[in-house]
Design a protein around this ligand. Structure first.
Ligand SMILES: Nc1ncnc2c1ncn2[C@@H]1O[C@H](COP(=O)(O)OP(=O)(O)OP(=O)(O)O)[C@@H](O)[C@H]1O
Ligand SMILES: [Zn+2]
Length: 722
């Protein structure tokens, strides 16, 4: 090959052709460095016939490639996956390809890098900044930049400490191997149902070939144990396994289970890995040395050398959908990857998405069920508390029946979990005197009071201000009132009623790191916590045998807003959190507080009637032409300039296609009309399944030109409608 076409890592550029200099060997998938004007850019060699464009430049005008990087070429199945993803989600090929190269630094090859750690030297005198760094950096080892970030001091301070001998360099080998998993380390005794499921998965791994499974097992049925057997089978065959989890907070729990089963840790892949870990993990993934990789979405596009199985755990979780950049759904793309790789994929959930249920029903997925909890534990009893009859006291949110049950658990030394999906103390803060409300300057959103950190914060853009002493509008001191509850306020209420109770508040604010998650799990397991008050972060994955009571503070919260998945989402969330109760020997009980006991989702939860709930939801979706029966896509137009965004949205609306199977709604100001300082408009497209909606959108938007400040994003199969 003396002429190649590249995907260039620059979303604004299409494919470009280059000459291969003598002595350089490249093939499709090779990662190379190419000249671009005065700069050097990264690119991937691609089959020219699969890329549009690449204007016919005569051979003599081509510039030569500069370097072929010492990594194996991306495999053909991965290249097909990248093309499919770009095509399906209307994204730039380069933006998708970029996700396969998780660590730019790792491309340069293995070798060593230098990290730093405290040397143990005792300083004579310390500046306050050095003292703070000494405090913060116990047990830490990372680059100067990463340490500075962790310690909250400048890099200069740390470099000074290196000079003074307080920090010492450590050479880290990037290619040091990971310990090997032992497939027979602690193989469990499976129940007959579990064994049947595990056998099917293992057979699929052995046989190879694309086989998608829906592992539909009630909470506490031991789904993890079942798919671990398939993992063991893959490892015995020398194949790699990818396990996708919806959020990093769940990995801690998973790691412990994995270690207990296989005797070693799996390889982690997530956004907060330090750079040396990232390089090491990426290189091990590419070489095949990483046996089992556990990660969030981004692990999906890695160039695995010998992938043999993909597992998507808690597959119903909407956090698998990425809502910026390439707007893909990792659950769906995982199935597509398995298809290109010709391997099995297992979607595991106690509350599968309606889309997944439907695919199982029509036979695309093989459904494998686990109908009972492991070890004879019963599913918890569910009771509905009608807040119109059993009213909490003024400015309180825990109704008398739930108070009584909490008291019983405290008396018996059992644990309880109160669920409210709202971080902070109160969702709205206003001035009692003039009615002033704190609003985010960058977003259409109120600021949320966080009493623990004494700040008002926007949950969309991260804007924060200290809670003021006086109203910024009328200057009345001490006049702020909190409206409604967040988890911190519920925790206060528990403490007010039961001063001796040990309460843990669990949100993304308090469980921000793996270390914090571990502390929390150990505290609960060690019996140091009586009442957990948490957001959706504690609804799934955890297994606390002494937890016997779950209280849902406000079951109606998720049903407001009115998006078409609200019912399903509420069902999933409450069924998951209910599933935390009674997983050990003692039976569990769940109290659901609501103002709408008659709402179908509440009635279904109370009756434990999942099937008819799903059937009713499916019917409603069919009528609305919503997924999985029809298709949705959204176009989101944004700009820092309101008029510019409106103009662009109007231009898009004005050129809408006139097709019988495609309905275009909008443009209209988005519910979040302002987000992170950008004004936003939305169009929603509802199409029949038969419509080639991506092609329609590409043709439609492709003929329009927008000012540079305007961003036009396409969201295929959207989950967010704000
Ligand atoms: N065969 C088994 N032998 C020993 N322990 C088991 C077995 N199966 C399950 N368990 C234990 O039962 C508990 C529940 O299992 P697991 O957490 O896998 O359930 P799950 O189906 O993932 O539930 P959820 O969906 O609620 O998270 C765990 O502590 C697990 O270790
Ligand atoms: Zn904001």
């Amino acid at each position: 090959m003396d002429r190649v076409r590249l995907i260039i890592f620059n979303a604004a550029l299409g494919p470009l052709d280059y000459r291969v200099p003598p002595g350089m060997a490249v093939e499709p998938g090779s990662v190379v460095i190419a000249p671009l004007g005065p700069r050097q850019v990264l690119g991937i060699v691609w089959e020219p016939e699969r890329l549009d464009g690449g204007a016919e430049v005569p051979a003599r005008k081509l510039r030569p490639l500069l370097e072929a990087l010492p990594v194996p070429p991306l495999s053909a199945p991965l290249r097909r996956l990248i093309e499919w993803t770009a095509d399906y989600y209307c994204a730039a090929l380069a933006a998708v390809a970029r996700m396969a190269i998780g660590s730019m630094a790792a491309l340069k090859g293995g070798g060593t890098t230098t990290e730093y750690r405290l040397s143990g030297a005792e300083p004579a005198r310390l500046t306050p900044q050095r003292a703070a760094a000494m405090d913060a950096l116990h047990d830490e080892q990372a680059t100067i930049r990463e340490l500075a970030e962790r310690a909250g001091v400048s890099e200069g301070v740390l470099r000074g400490m290196v000079g003074a001998g307080l920090l010492e360099p450590v050479t880290v080998d990037l290619d040091r191997p990971y310990p090997r998993a032992r497939t027979d380390h602690a193989a469990p005794d499976l129940s007959p149902d579990q064994q049947a499921a595990a056998d099917r998965f293992s057979a699929a791994v052995r046989d190879g070939g694309f086989q998608p499974f829906l592992l539909d097992g009630v909470t506490g049925s031991g789904k993890t144990e079942c798919y671990f057997e398939a993992v063991a089978t893959a490892l015995a065959l020398g194949r790699q396994v990818l396990v996708l989890l919806p959020e990093i907070a769940l990995t801690e729990n998973f790691l412990r289970r994995f270690e207990a089963r296989f005797g070693v840790s799996p390889v982690l892949w997530h956004s907060s890995l330090k750079s040396s870990e990232r390089r090491r993990a990426w290189r091990a993934i590419v070489s095949g040395d990483a046996q089992v990789v556990v990660g969030a979405r981004s692990a999906l596009f890695m160039p695995y050398a010998r992938l043999g199985l993909i597992v998507v755990d808690e597959a119903h979780e909407i956090s698998f959908k990425q809502d910026d950049g390439v707007r893909y759904n990792a659950r769906d793309v995982a199935v597509v990857r398995a298809k290109f790789e010709r391997i099995p994929v297992i979607l595991a959930s106690a509350t599968p998405a309606l889309e997944s249920m439907q695919l199982a029903e029509v036979g695309v997925y093989t459904k494998v069920g686990l109908a009972a909890r492991y070890g004879g534990a019963e599913l918890p009893a569910i009771r509905v508390v009608d807040l119109r009859k059993d009213q909490p006291e003024r400015q309180h949110w825990i109704a008398p029946p739930l108070v009584k049950e909490l008291r019983d658990r405290l008396d018996r030394g059992e644990q309880s979990l109160l669920f409210l999906n709202r971080r902070g103390y109160a969702p709205l803060t206003l001035c009692r005197h003039c009615g002033y409300r704190f609003q985010c300057p960058n977003c259409t959103a109120w600021l949320v009071e966080h009493r623990l950190s004494r700040r008002l914060a926007c949950h969309h853009c991260g804007h924060e201000v200290p809670t003021p002493e006086a109203c910024p509008e009328c200057a009345t001191p001490d006049c702020m009132v909190a409206c409604g509850p967040g988890v911190e306020r519920i925790a206060d209420e528990v403490t007010e009623r039961f001063p001796a109770a040990r309460v843990a508040v669990v949100t993304s604010d308090t469980l921000g790191s793996p270390g914090k998650v571990r502390e929390f799990v150990e505290a609960v397991e060690g019996g140091l916590v009586d009442v957990i008050v948490g957001t959706q972060l504690v609804t799934k994955g955890y297994h606390f045998p002494e937890l016997t009571l779950v209280g849902v503070i406000d079951a109606d919260l998720g049903l407001e807003g009115g998006d078409l998945r609200a019912g399903e989402r509420t069902y999933q969330q409450i069924a998951q959190v209910a599933g935390r109760a009674g997983r050990g020997e003692k039976p569990g009980e769940v109290l659901i507080q609501t103002r709408h006991p008659e709402a179908p989702v509440i009635a279904a939860l109370a009756a434990g009637d999942r099937d008819s709930f799903y059937a009713a939801e499916a019917e409603a979706r069919r009528e609305a032409g919503a997924p999985p029966f029809g298709r949705w896509a959204a176009i989101i137009v944004s700009s820092e300039d309101e008029a510019e965004a409106r103009e662009a949205a109007r231009a898009i609306g004005g050129t809408r296609p006139d097709l019988p199977d495609v309905l275009v709604l909008g443009p209209a100001p988005a519910p979040m009309a302002l987000l992170r300082g950008r004004h936003r408009y939305r169009l929603l497209i509802n199409a029949r399944r038969s419509a080639e909606v991506q092609r329609v959108i590409r043709d439609w938007l492709g003929q329009l030109r927008f000012p540079p400040g305007v961003r036009v994003a396409v969201d295929i199969d959207p989950y967010s409608f704000v």
